[in-house]
Design a protein around this ligand. Sequence first.
Ligand code: BGP
Length: 460
Amino acid sequence: MKNYQFPENFWWGSASSATQTEGAAHQGGKAENTWDYWFSKEPYRFYDEIGPEIASSFYDNYADDIKLMKAIGHNSYRTSIAWARLIPDGVGAVNPEAVEFYNGIINEMIKNGIEPFINLFHFDLPLAEFTKGGWESREVVEDYALFAKTCFELFGDRVKYWFSHNEPIINVVCGYLDDYHFPNVVDCNRAMTVMHNLNVSTARAVEEYRALRLDGQIGVILNLSPHYPRSQNPADVRAAKIAELFHSHSFLKPAVKGEYPAELLELLREYNILPEMTANDLAIIRDNTVDLLGVNYYMPYRFKAKEYLPHPDSPFKPGHLYDHYEMPGRLMNPYRGWEIHYQGIYDLSIFIRDHYGNIPFFISENGMGVENEARFLKDGMIEDDYRIEFVSRHLKYLHQAIQEGCNCKGYHMWTFIDCWSWCNAYKNRYGFYSLDLKTQQRSVKKSGLWYKTVAENNGF
Ligand code: BGP
């Protein structure tokens, strides 16, 4: 049997976010964020009408939960700081209960030998910042930079790995183009303004971090996928290339290389969707690139040339320039509707090696959401062999990429305990531990025990 041994000090852990785990949405001095607000207005847009108020109650259970992390061999864990908890009005007074809570998490993790990876923004804007215009507003970018600085000052003596955002493009696409997330705007000009402001905000967070001269690193977490054309027909290749410019390079290139891709700017001009970018913005982006990259990989993207012209009245969006392609015979996760393509993690790693200067990165999310896992219960434990297969087959390809010189530092699974998944709420479960929604009891799954052996052996 082949042995897949990973580099020394490889990060083995998992990831989650504040809103998806903490609960206590209206406690501990936390103000409403856009999720609390949207759920109060349109609960029917959330699976089973479950909102974020309880989540997996990490707020109350973090000390025990961190022991559970340790029990399955984690040496690192990523979560986020809820801006609306730390600074309820977005700017101004810091909430002392939040400081105590985040200090508690960080200290407890360190005590248990788990490196805290802290992200500053995981889709959860304080409502007070939304009323200022949300990510369309430059004032919000500056408030965010102040929030980031506050976090670095409060926790930066112990937290060595910081991230400005998780999947910033989700705010753009889901919030301003496709009506998946609040504020449910469909407007490409506004979407591109949000895209640019988010890029500036990452650079501003990096700038604030460097100014404090702390001895850690700061990065950004992006959801990246290899973009495969249906065929080598130039029309298909071009469709995939345009999609990749919008989906990947739009955030990757500013964060890693300090500039927008010229071809993306050309497209934005051609379709009259170029947001205002001042010389000062571009200088901030140029001078403040990230130290490392978190890569969330779930599925490959496949594209083909457009089959039909969009209706002339339909609001323009990048999707007018390419079609998604459903490759016959593809392997699917039917619960989430996402294709599974193990080799994608290898292709992506090679892409980062060859196009982004082999910047240090880690797989910051990879995972498999499955519905009704109770049917796999055996003697009190969910036997999720499909998840073990999912992780191990991805890890084999990741291992190969590392053998070929890719600078990958770790692997974090989505997620630790089944958590609240935005509009899908608890439909699909991702955790190494299952969560009983009624009792909040956690139980390890077979995959959790398997992952422990992988972490302990630094391979399998
Ligand atoms: C990523 C997000 C996570 C998480 C995960 C699973 O895109 O960063 O927050 O939710 O996807 O997706 P979902 O919860 O939509 O099934």
